[in-house]
Design a protein around this ligand. Structure first.
Ligand code: PFF
Length: 466
């Protein structure tokens, strides 16, 4: 293995790093809004089915491609299949690049909130929506300004990432994960109890437990698909990179199920905290107004709980570390790709790529509220549209690049490298894998067909609407 690549010191080190990559802002910042838009319970059912039928086999596939090839994202497809398959790796790495551009900015917002709760919790409580938008440059009187606060904190967050990546991720991040992940989980349970006992939260709870199939369209299913893959960190070939650092002794089938279960549990917990909390506090009409409400509505929960400020600080600190471990996995795979492929120095590659991603991310933050920067989108139903730049970035990654890279991985493993090779890799070190026949069917037929159908139908019926 290359010296520049991280290597898992232990079995638990790998599981924690992969879970650390999976559990992140996607679970807490994105999932609840998506679940609301998708009709609550109906979205949860669709999401769960996608995780079981597509997410688990895909993560398993990516890990086995990585471990079998012991190569970077693009070379892996080369090495195991054919030069023509390298595009799958390119889509993955480009997707990871675009996601990092905005992920580090949202990480910066979280950092801002850590300081916000330490220094001025009463100000946040008094107008949580105003506080959030002021950070993004929209003043209470409706005028706009450059979003200095958000940009500054994003710069700090990105610098933190770069320093950790340059120094090497193993010791610090792995150690932190061991404490941080269980702590985040316990804190979510406490918040769950608080949220569902807030007066007025029953309506939200009922909403999340009942199915509103009228809100479900192909675009909803595509949103659930993109969200599930994003949340599990698949469809960006990250798990190929992580798999390439793995020892042959690891039982990747069992690890995959553990990682997927942890990730889904955290997402569902966040959904059952935030949606009822929003119903109980700022009101149903606020749900789904961008990811911002995850910041906004939680303020009301903290305000109303004993020791709320303390829990607020701890919560945002843990969220910060969850974001950090995910962002590190994204940058690590981009940097290790650049160093191996183009023989760049690790430090120079990290600094260069982080600066570039941070700058592109500034447009993401600026287009949230301060400036009308537009992106471009096209689908058959709506033709050419010009959504806000920040939305266009997320559509591009979640709804297009991730599903396409995932589709490529399925076609590769199902038809080119062949499921038998993946199964042989999973069975290394005499690991039992009784579900091999099911895996074969899923990766060869069901997963590619499902992803392709959802993609085509969403394109035909409108990809940007729920
Ligand atoms: N899975 C992370 C989250 O849910 O926040 C985000 C992410 C990390 C996406 C790494 C993709 C990735 F490769």
């Amino acid at each position: 293995m290359e010296k520049s690549r991280a290597q898992w010191g232990s079995k638990i080190g790998f599981i924690l790093a992969a879970a650390g990559s999976a559990v992140g802002l996607g679970n807490i910042w994105k999932f609840p809004g998506r679940a609301y838009e998708g009709g609550g319970g109906s979205f949860l059912i669709i999401y769960l089915l996608i995780v079981i039928l597509l997410g688990i086999p895909l993560m398993l596939t990516e890990l086995s491609i990585g471990r079998a090839s012991e190569a970077d994202i693009v070379s892996a497809f080369h090495k195991l299949g054919h030069r023509r398959c390298a595009w799958i790796g390119w889509v993955g790495i480009t997707g990871a690049f675009i996601i990092t551009c905005y992920y580090n900015h949202v990480g910066g917002w979280v950092l801002r909130y850590v300081f916000g709760y330490i220094l001025e919790a009463p100000t946040i409580y008094s107008d949580s929506t105003g506080y959030f938008y002021a950070m993004l440059g929209l003043q209470p009187d409706g005028t706009t300004a450059f979003p200095w606060a958000a940009i500054l904190f994003a710069a700090v967050f990105m610098t933190l990432n770069a320093v950790i990546i340059i120094r090497g991720v193993e010791s610090g991040v792995e150690k932190f994960n061991k404490i941080g992940m269980p702590a985040l989980f316990v804190l979510l349970l406490i918040l769950l109890v608080r949220a569902v006992t807030l007066p007025g939260s029953e309506a939200g709870l009922r909403y999340m437990l009942s199915c509103d199939w009228e809100k479900v369209s192909f675009s909803t299913v595509l949103a659930a698909l993109g969200q599930a893959f994003y949340s599990l960190s698949i469809g960006m070939a990250i798990m190929i990179t992580y798999g390439s650092y793995l020892s042959k002794k690891e039982n990747i089938a069992r690890s995959t199920v553990t990682i997927c279960a942890m990730d889904t549990l955290v997402a569902f917990l966040a959904g059952f905290i935030i949606v009822p909390a929003v119903f109980a506090t700022v009101g149903q009409e606020q749900v789904g107004k961008g990811g911002g409400f995850a910041f906004v509505s939680l303020a009301n929960v903290f305000e109303q709980m004993p020791g709320g400020r303390f829990f607020g600080i701890i919560f945002y600190l843990l969220l910060l570390f969850a974001a950090l471990t995910s962002c590190i996995s994204l940058i690590e795979s981009i940097v290790s790709f650049l160093t191996e492929r183009f023989l760049l120095q690790r430090k120079a590659a990290t600094i260069g790529v982080c600066m570039l991603m941070f700058l592109i991310g500034c447009m993401y933050t600026c287009s949230q509220a301060a400036y009308p920067i537009k992106g471009i989108w096209f689908d058959a139903a709506n033709g050419v549209t010009y959504p806000a730049f920040c939305d266009a970035m997320e559509y591009l990654t979640d709804r297009l690049m991730i599903p396409i890279c995932a589709l490529g991985c399925c076609i590769f493993a199902g038809w080119i490298w062949k499921p038998e090779s993946a199964i042989a890799e999973i069975r290394q070190n005499r690991v039992r894998f009784g579900l091999a026949p099911l895996y074969r069917v899923l990766v060869k037929y069901l997963a590619p067909l499902a992803i392709l159908t959802i993609l085509i139908m969403s394109f035909a019926t409108g990809m940007t609407l729920s």
